[in-house]
Design a protein around this ligand. Structure first.
Ligand SMILES: Cc1cc2nc3c(=O)[nH]c(=O)nc-3n(C[C@H](O)[C@H](O)[C@H](O)COP(=O)(O)OP(=O)(O)OC[C@H]3O[C@@H](n4cnc5c(N)ncnc54)[C@H](O)[C@@H]3O)c2cc1C
Ligand code: SF4
Length: 327
């Protein structure tokens, strides 16, 4: 690990003023420290942001705001989250381990880097780690990689579980920029596709911090499910995951939300299938048709064709589990 200067900031404006190309912020450290140990991230200085960002969850009649420093465990234990946004808690609990969730912050979860094996192996070419060197995964071991939305520059996937639920629930990310102004960005626009800039995972401006996340009240607290399929039953990233939520009137679907992890460079919303489900009866046949709609246009790589039927089954199971959740 390269030596670095560590400093703590006493105010948000002070932390932001310290940010430059050789500085990185550190929150829970559960991803960044690993990247530093492997010489993938080599900041000259680290700015501890744990005391300058909100670590509280606040609610009003219309929405919930989760501070960027709220630890993942605190979200899952929050009474309002459990009652009104249980899909978020369910997705978080599917990730990592209790110890990591105790440390992992809300902001850090959004900004965790991909788990593509070549990104972590500094002896191999990787456009995301070192732009212009090539993508080893494209022709290499790509069973964990993308099946949709990738480019010839990068086929990595975003590894978060929490972010899949935030995409499904149409969350908003609030940023604080260098001049101490706040800006909102729709969660589904926060992460980006690799296109020809694979080194950029998201649309966070260079001199900005994530301040908080908000979610508007919604009717998805009864019929929801998070299905995560992975190599091991715990402590493993998703091969595919599905966050599903239904608003039902009797057996009729009024609205649906469907998002996936493990399939693309960003948490992926299946909006066409959501539209298809609207007004339909909540039956196994309808769910299977939605799953077929989702999987028909996918373009798996040489080693991850298995993800397509896996995703089909995960969508069906998640939608079916939405009905179980209401009982
Ligand atoms: C063994 C292991 C297993 C895991 N399994 C899963 C899993 O199954 N599912 C899952 O979703 N996750 C999993 N994770 C990832 C874990 O959730 C993330 O490491 C964690 O959420 C990152 O949060 P952090 O606060 O520790 O971030 P840090 O490591 O402190 O920071 C990560 C990045 O975010 C930046 N940053 C942090 N906060 C802010 C902010 N507010 N504004 C601007 N920049 C910021 C930092 O500069 C850094 O670049 C796993 C991690 C490990 C180590
Ligand atoms: S998929 Fe992306 S992260 Fe993986 S090797 Fe290719 S460029 Fe690097």
């Amino acid at each position: 690990m390269r030596p670095f200067i560590f400093s703590k900031s006493s105010a948000l404006s002070q932390a932001l003023s310290k940010k430059n190309n050789t500085t990185q912020f550190i929150a829970g450290g559960t991803n960044l420290v690993d990247l530093m140990k492997k010489n993938i991230a080599q900041p000259e200085s680290l700015v501890d942001i744990t005391t300058v960002l909100p670590d509280k969850i606040t609610t009003n009649t219309k929405s919930i705001q989760i501070g960027a420093m709220v630890r993942n465990t605190a979200i899952t234990n929050n009474a309002t989250v459990k009652a009104k946004y249980p899909l978020l808690a369910k997705a978080i609990l599917a990730g990592a381990s209790p110890q990591i969730r105790n440390m992992a912050s809300t902001g850090g979860n959004l900004l965790q880097r991909t788990r593509c094996p070549y990104f972590y192996d500094i002896t191999t070419p990787c456009n995301k780690r070192k732009p212009g060197t090539g993508c080893s995964a494209m022709q290499g071991q790509n069973r964990m990689n993308a099946i949709v939305g990738y480019s010839d520059q990068c086929v990595a996937v975003h590894p978060s579980d929490m972010c899949v639920a935030l995409a499904a629930l149409d969350a908003t990310v609030t940023l604080t920029t260098k001049n101490n102004k706040q800006e909102n960005i729709a969660f589904t626009n926060f992460h980006r596709l690799p296109e020809n800039l694979p080194e950029r995972d998201n649309n966070l401006p260079a001199n900005a911090l994530i301040h908080s996340i908000s979610i508007n009240e919604n009717p998805f607290n009864k019929n929801y499910a998070y299905v995560k399929l992975r190599d091991r039953d715990s402590y493993a990233f998703a091969l595919v995951s599905v966050a599903a939520a239904l608003q039902l009137s009797g057996n009729t679907i009024v609205q649906a939300r469907l998002a996936s992890g493990g399939v693309a460079h960003k948490p992926w919303r299946w909006t066409e299938a959501e539209q298809y489900l609207k007004g339909k009866a909540a039956t196994a046949t309808t769910f299977s048709e939605a799953a077929t709609m989702i999987t028909k246009g996918l373009k798996p790589l040489s080693h991850n064709g298995f993800k397509v039927p896996l995703l089909h089954g995960a969508v069906e199971t998640a939608l079916q589990n939405c009905l179980v959740a209401s009982q």
